[in-house]
Write a protein that binds this ligand. Structure first.
Ligand code: SF4
Ligand code: SF4
Length: 281
């Protein structure tokens, strides 16, 4: 039985696939998007998160730590009188995660939902994900993925899933590299596989001011998916200024490479011209 690392489970999600759903966040992501609002999902290993803004500098946490740099052992967590420290990332077996999901699955099924695996990038833990899915044959499953994964992994996991939410951040390859730290060739190949697969899917665009909120990028996405018979819609997710809130908690600085104060340009007309339904989340 394989094990994996998750960093959160959300209940009652309404934007992560059909119906009302449970959303499981798998830790680890190969991309470094300049707008990432879940930076604690990037590192595949567990890490310490501290709510520094509320710290009263009592020093209790320091007294119990013998390490020069943090190894995420968790020893200090229970010593904070204000509960400001937590270890982000928990190792679970596929069986443990499947049991947790199954415990509430009847409720979600009653509302047309199920479970969605997101991250981080869930395809970074393919064996754990595949094994968990194999234990949930009667539950509606979805994945939210950046598509940045080996083609074989992408295609094999997609076959085990009922519904796919695929993020497309930028079609322009050099801009993709600039803003996410990786080229998008493999993502576009996986998108092409998805378009010709037998899976219902949506394309989700994180709309980032001055980065991808222009007609050229919107049209390029529409061109790529216009003939996909099982595309349900394109979802436009406007950037939110609170995206940087968690960086300080994991001892990182938020340094977006774009103007966070610039309003985003939304253009649904581009998609209508291609006969593609679009929604703004
Ligand atoms: S989790 Fe706390 S006790 Fe453990 S190494 Fe990090 S700071 Fe020290
Ligand atoms: S124990 Fe909590 S309140 Fe005290 S210094 Fe550490 S983080 Fe701050």
């Amino acid at each position: 039985m394989s094990a994996g690392t998750i960093f959160d489970i959300n209940e009652f999600a309404i934007y992560d696939g059909p119906g009302i759903r449970q959303t499981v966040f798998l830790k680890g992501c190969p991309l470094r998007c300049s707008w990432c609002h879940n930076p604690e999902g990037q590192n595949p290993s567990p890490e310490l998160m501290i709510n520094k803004a509320s710290c009263i500098s009592c020093g209790h946490c320091k007294k119990v730590c013998n390490n020069e740099s943090c190894i995420a052992c968790g020893k200090c967590v229970s010593y904070c009188p204000l509960n400001l420290r937590k270890i982000c990332g928990e190792l679970l077996t596929a069986k443990e995660l499947a049991e947790y999901i199954r415990d509430k699955s009847d409720y979600y099924a009653n509302y047309g939902g199920g479970v969605t695996f997101t991250g981080g990038e869930p395809l970074m833990q393919p064996q754990f994900l595949a094994e968990t899915l194999s234990l949930l044959p009667d539950i509606h499953t979805a994945i939210e993925t950046s598509g940045y994964a080996d083609n074989k992994i992408f295609n094999s996991i997609i076959q085990l899933i009922d519904y796919v939410i695929m993020d497309i951040k930028l079609v322009d390859s050099s801009l993709h590299l600039k803003y996410t730290g990786a080229e998008n060739k493999i993502i576009l190949e996986n998108l092409a596989s998805l378009c010709s697969s037998n899976k219902k899917f949506v394309v989700r665009i994180p709309v980032i001011p001055g980065v991808n909120d222009n007609k050229t990028e919107y049209s390029a996405v529409a061109e790529l998916v216009k003939d996909a018979p099982l595309l349900e819609r394109v979802e436009l997710l406007p950037y939110h200024k609170t995206a940087g809130a968690k960086y300080e908690m994991i001892n990182r600085k938020y340094t977006p490479m774009f103007d966070v104060n610039r309003p985003v340009f939304i253009d649904q007309e581009v998609f209508s011209q291609y006969g593609i339904r679009s929604v703004v989340l």
